[in-house]
Write a protein that binds this ligand. Structure first.
Ligand code: DON
Length: 310
């Protein structure tokens, strides 16, 4: 039977979700491997929904900025596809890795071609591509996020970026290793700087729901101009569904049933194509780097509303 799109009271749904997941807030642990993130209050929880026109509803800490971390990988990918098209897919795959986000092991077997754009190795290739296309990958990304979110205050967190750089041996190893296969075009030190700056961008749930709207709008930006073709928007949503939560992507698809992208700051962005975007934040992570209360909240949201891609 064909389902009609019914008007939903998003505010009421969010309040219900927040009440349902309250016992889980504080479960898990904030990311410890980046010292600047380890001190974030694990008791925080916020969630927001933006409709296609940019009306945002939220609960809890939905206006409080947090470290977007790997969620930014979605936007970098979008900018590269928008500017450079399909060529990127010769340098990075689109299969789930089944490995932790910072794993090195597959790269040697697979000749320096990362499995997908959302593991760190893949994101480094995408950032390198954006650097080649624009000459200033992290500024280009920040400008795009400011425009789409309508928030000119968005910025980098210098302390987080410095902390990442000081503990960045694994990312440096990934980048140098791929460079040895000819899959990094620019100098590795500059690439790492742009990657760390990109991860350090601070955004709230409200900002992220607005910035991700082009994924629910089949490639159309906030101002109505086209960023991506409908097909490219589909490709990004598909790779979010299959790879956006790393080695937990199968479990996330099973529970939530939406394209989603997590970050070790505790945020997760999810997309209901043609309908709305969601963002949830709670810093306690499970062992695979996804927010415990965040996944549970998205699970509750799709259960309560029936809004999933399935
Ligand atoms: O590369 C890193 O280690 C981080 N700055 C980004 C990691 C991240 O968010 C991956 N996430 N779940």
């Amino acid at each position: 039977m064909e389902q009609q799109a019914v008007a939903l009271d998003y505010q009421a749904v969010l309040e219900q979700v927040a009440a349902d997941v309250a016992p889980l807030i504080g479960s898990g642990r904030p990311a410890a491997y980046i010292p600047a993130l380890a001190g974030v209050d694990p008791g925080r929880f916020g969630m927001a929904v933006a409709d296609l026109h940019g009306t945002v509803h939220g609960v809890g800490d939905w206006r409080r900025p947090f470290s977007a971390q790997s969620i930014t990988k979605v936007f970098t990918l979008a900018l590269v596809l928008a500017a450079g098209g399909d060529a990127l897919w010769r340098r990075v795959g689109r299969e789930p890795s089944g490995n932790p986000f910072n794993s090195l092991v597959q790269l040697e077997y697979e000749n320096g071609i990362p499995r997908n754009p959302f593991i760190n190795a893949g994101a480094l290739v995408v950032t390198d591509a954006l650097q080649t296309l624009t000459g200033d990958a992290s500024s280009e990304l920040l400008e795009f996020l400011r425009e789409e979110s309508g928030n000119p205050e968005l910025g980098f967190d210098a302390e987080v970026a410095a902390s990442e750089a000081a503990h960045g041996d694994r990312n440096a190893a990934l980048a140098h290793f791929m460079a040895s296969y000819g899959n990094i075009a620019g100098p590795v030190p500059a690439l790492l700087d742009h990657y760390f700056w990109q991860c350090s961008i601070e955004m709230s749930c409200a900002d992220l729901t607005l910035a991700a709207r082009f994924l629910a709008r089949h490639g159309l930006r906030a101002d109505g101009s086209r960023l991506l073709s409908r097909s490219e928007a589909k490709q990004i949503n598909a790779v979010m569904l299959t790879c956006g939560t790393y080695d937990a992507a199968g479990e996330f698809a099973h529970r939530v049933g939406l394209p989603g992208k997590s970050g070790v700051g505790g945020g997760i962005v999810a997309v209901v194509p043609g309908r709305c975007t969601l963002c949830v934040w709670s810093p306690g992570l499970d062992e695979r780097g996804n927010s415990v209360a965040g996944v549970a909240a998205l699970d509750r949201f799709t259960t309560l509303t029936g809004l999933s891609v399935f």
